[in-house]
Design a protein around this ligand. Structure first.
Ligand code: CLA
Ligand code: PID
Ligand code: PID
Ligand code: PID
Ligand code: PID
Ligand code: PID
Ligand code: PID
Length: 312
């Protein structure tokens, strides 16, 4: 297709730049300017809306392309192979083309809103400037091909199951865990701190398992889960906490996407996360909330997971 061909040209123009970026640099975990959690949540919300509008099949293929690209990483900078670099660009170009232009521009504008104008120049200073310019020229040509293949109207909303066992169980889970949700400091910057003692390549292994799980999920249910998050963001209070109803809808939606993949795929995520999250992190989280509320939430979760497993 045209986007695939254009991705090869984009690769010619941008792979030198890709090789020069230190993908293992811890700086990418930082906010791209001053820390503004509520504004950052708005930017994430725009990405969620774009993801929910995207073609689920093309999203899966993009997840597969990322998984494959992680498998061909080499060298100290963590760069993937030239062929996989092109495949990721092609897959993302197709995802972008599957949503209306305005949804893409809304992400761009919201991200710009939380990005210090000095950040792009700083990023450029870490690589060969001429190669960054060459990559950008390649991107400008690529985007015209994407725009020429772009849909004009958004796809239909997801179909949300009703009256299912997971929906009923989500009500009990949410009642048991909403006090815990209210105890958590959602606006803290602690969630942007590096995982103690872990390197980027080690952490990437756990993210790879999430990508694999995402690619196996039922596309309609994943879309529904993104829509539920978007709705929940719309009802947050000043402390970032969503309403009980929207929290319940998020739990139901996530239970359904978990049930749409094999148990082992879920356990692969859990086991790989357990390798990179030191117990001190979990204990620190626990120390900041009411322990009885956390234990009630945990109890609710262990009951919920049996319902999920039964329909998995
Ligand atoms: Mg989420 C999970 C935040 C968007 C899909 N997500 C999580 C949690 C964290 C979070 C609260 C990971 C850390 C953790 O396990 O804490 N997500 C979060 C934010 C946003 C977002 C702030 C921003 C909008 N997510 C989002 C989107 C999607 C997902 C758009 C795609 C549709 N997210 C998704 C999945 C999962 C998460 C599939 C998880 O599996 C993970 C999670 O919650 O695992 C348990 C602990 C969790 C909480 C504090 C909240 C849930 C409370 C549960 C139901 C009960 C508590 C149990 C116990 C006390 C603690 C967990 C024990 C552990 C051993 C399992
Ligand atoms: C400018 C001035 C003109 C010239 C110009 C110009 C530049 C415009 C530009 C630009 C626009 C632009 C847009 C970019 C957009 C990037 C979008 C990224 C989206 C990320 C997402 C992430 C996610 C996920 C995911 C799916 C999940 C939800 C999420 C589900 C259902 C200024 C040059 C024309 C770069 C969507 C993918 C996992 C949130 O106009 O004169 O330069 O760049 O998890 O959804 O699972
Ligand atoms: C524009 C203007 C509108 C019209 C429009 C428009 C276009 C927007 C577009 C577009 C946005 C867009 C985005 C693309 C992004 C491509 C990103 C590629 C990333 C590849 C990576 C590969 C890799 C790895 C990996 C992880 C490793 C690092 C690597 C570590 C820690 C402008 C059409 C709406 C194409 C990251 C995955 C293995 C490098 O908005 O008017 O057209 O395209 O090895 O991580 O090692
Ligand atoms: C300039 C002037 C214009 C021309 C121009 C120009 C240049 C702009 C530039 C540039 C922008 C730019 C951006 C770059 C962005 C790279 C982003 C990389 C992200 C990598 C991540 C990796 C990671 C992980 C991971 C999970 C870990 C955290 C991490 C935990 C909990 C100035 C040329 C357009 C290079 C996210 C995945 C392992 C961080 O605009 O005239 O030149 O470069 O380890 O999670 O640990
Ligand atoms: C233990 C001991 C027993 C008792 C027990 C026990 C506990 C087991 C547990 C547990 C397992 C467990 C699993 C959990 C799994 C969480 C999985 C999260 C996945 C996140 C993903 C994120 C993503 C996306 C997304 C889609 C994108 C890709 C991504 C596309 C196509 C130990 C109690 C049984 C919590 C997948 C969603 C946006 C990466 O066994 O004695 O306690 O918890 O962007 O994909 O866009
Ligand atoms: C288990 C054992 C195996 C069998 C199995 C199994 C089950 C795994 C499961 C499961 C995992 C799972 C995960 C669930 C997670 C739910 C998470 C809910 C999060 C809700 C949030 C709501 C909100 C917001 C929002 C953003 C705001 C904060 C809030 C800010 C900055 C165990 C079956 C495989 C259900 C985050 C979105 C508005 C609070 O593995 O043997 O069954 O379920 O307002 O952000 O303000
Ligand atoms: C313990 C002992 C057992 C019993 C038990 C127990 C407790 C475990 C616990 C607990 C685990 C736990 C986890 C918590 C996790 C909270 C996660 C919140 C994530 C929030 C985010 C918010 C954000 C943003 C956002 C984007 C911004 C950055 C942020 C930028 C660029 C010990 C009870 C089981 C509470 C990610 C989205 C706005 C950070 O196990 O016997 O008690 O709690 O602002 O992006 O700015």
């Amino acid at each position: 297709d045209q986007i695939g061909d254009a991705a090869k040209k984009l690769g010619d123009a941008s792979y030198d730049f890709a090789k020069e970026v230190d993908w293992n640099n811890g700086v990418f975990l930082q906010a791209p300017g001053s820390f503004q959690p509520l504004k950052a949540l708005k930017a994430i919300d725009k990405m969620i809306e774009m993801g929910a509008a995207a073609d689920p099949e093309l999203l899966k293929k993009a997840a597969d392309a990322h998984h494959k690209a992680i498998g061909s990483i080499s060298g100290p900078n963590g760069v993937t192979s030239r062929a996989d670099w092109d495949a990721v660009n092609a897959a993302l170009g197709r995802v972008v083309a599957s949503v209306p232009k305005q949804k893409v521009m809304d992400v761009y504008d919201a991200v710009k809103d939380i990005t210090d104008p000095k950040v792009p120049a700083y990023m450029k200073s870490l690589v060969n400037g001429a190669d960054a310019e060459k990559a950008y020229q390649g991107f400008l040509e690529f985007k015209d091909v994407v725009a020429a293949n772009q849909v004009a109207t958004a796809s239909a909303a997801a179909t949300v199951p009703t009256g299912d066992k997971i929906g009923t169980a989500a009500k009990a889970l949410s009642d048991a865990s909403y006090p815990f949700i209210k105890d958590i400091d959602w606006l803290s910057d602690i969630y942007l701190k590096p995982l103690p003692g872990k390197t980027a390549p080690e952490t990437l292994k756990a993210i790879d398992k999430m990508i694999v799980m995402g690619s196996k999920m039922d596309g309609n249910l994943l879309k529904a889960a993104a829509e539920a998050h978007h709705k929940a963001i719309g009802s947050i209070d000043a402390k970032g906490v969503t309403s009980p109803e929207d929290y319940e809808a998020v739990n139901a939606a996530l239970g359904r996407i978990v049930a749409s993949v094999p148990k082992q795929t879920v356990m692969d995520v859990y086991n790989s996360m357990a390798k990179v999250v030191d117990p001190s992190v979990t204990n620190n989280m626990f120390s900041k909330v009411n322990p009885l509320d956390a234990l009630s939430a945990a109890k609710g979760f262990y009951t919920f997971k049996d319902v999920v497993e039964a329909v998995q």
